[in-house]
Design a protein around this ligand. Sequence first.
Ligand SMILES: *Cc1c(COP(=O)(O)O)cnc(C)c1O
Length: 392
Amino acid sequence: MSITAMDQEYVAGTYKRFPVEIVSGKGSRVVDANGKSYVDMGSGIGVTAFGFADDAWMAAVTAQLGKVQHTSNLYYTEPCAVLAKLLCEKTGMKKVFFSNSGAEANECAIKVARKYSAGKKGADCYTIVTLVNSFHGRTLTTLAATGQDHFHELFQPLTPGFVHVPANDIDALKKCVAENKVAGILMEVVQGEGGVLPLTEDFLVAANEIAHENDIPFMIDEVQTGNGRSGKLYSYMNYPIQPDIVSTAKGLGGGLPIGATMLGEKVQNVLGFGDHGSTYGGNPVCCAGAVSVVERLTEGFLKGVKERSEYIFSSLQGAPGVESVTGLGLMIGVKTVAPAAEVVKLCMDRGVLCLTAKDKVRLLPALNIPMEDLTYAVETLNAAAKELGGKV
Ligand SMILES: *Cc1c(COP(=O)(O)O)cnc(C)c1O
């Protein structure tokens, strides 16, 4: 029985996989079961921040594996404390709660916002405002936060107390905050799953001000945009705003499951003993991997992210068969004239793995993708977009 057939028979059918079985990877290249090599422009949906089998990351992870792989949160371990300190020092946030995924990082953010606001304004102050077309995860609460109806339909009732306002509509946000007892405002700086759509600076600045004026925790979901992906350590740092809570995951662990919810001054002591927890949260192996990732996200390194980003934007913007290029840093959406799925398939045939988001080709390469691999990938994508859609 082939691996593909076995997977299709025994793994729950929630994923529409590409017809590729990946067996190994190094840097930004992966090899499939037939020995075919690809340049990877997806990094496991923005997770393998330093590519596959990165030497420094592997050394950090395997060293910790050989010491202790798990302790539970009943005991202290070094990687967890070191990672929390590193994140606080680099962001100015005060405390970190660790979990295992982006959805859980957002769950924690929402719990903190609700506890803070209920304590300050009363138990009926529980509404969380998020944006239309957002994506915040797959648990029933983060689905409720997700502003896309098609994710909600089959799973009613979701956690109550969520309202969605259109992205970049300052008046709608003001009206919403005036009409509801708002416990928190949560948004992505770039809507990733929603089609790689950056929010406008005006809207971000206004949302930041509305939240702070009304003593409402301002939460930024940096699950996808965080950890160097935007060209800054966290994407909010591209703008003059200051969130109270930052959730992140994906690229943080470099390929091991970890979520983090960073708590700023206002909310740093909201969670007390027993208020929240996670058996695996702060796992020493995952934290050791994350330390290796975060400590390398220096200004000098991020300059390289920006250079790669500029190369992609300038190569694709206005190219034949390309309608638009959106995004920030190495989180890029390419609207092609031809359907994105067809462009992605042709690229795959030619040895380049890309993603899609809504009607776009989505690029989330490793932050350190070698220029040689990146050039090949961008030229392949350019050619595919032209061949399939250049005539229009
Ligand atoms: C991927 C993603 C999530 C969910 O993360 P999981 O690790 O899949 O739970 C939440 N928010 C955003 C913005 C994401 O991109």
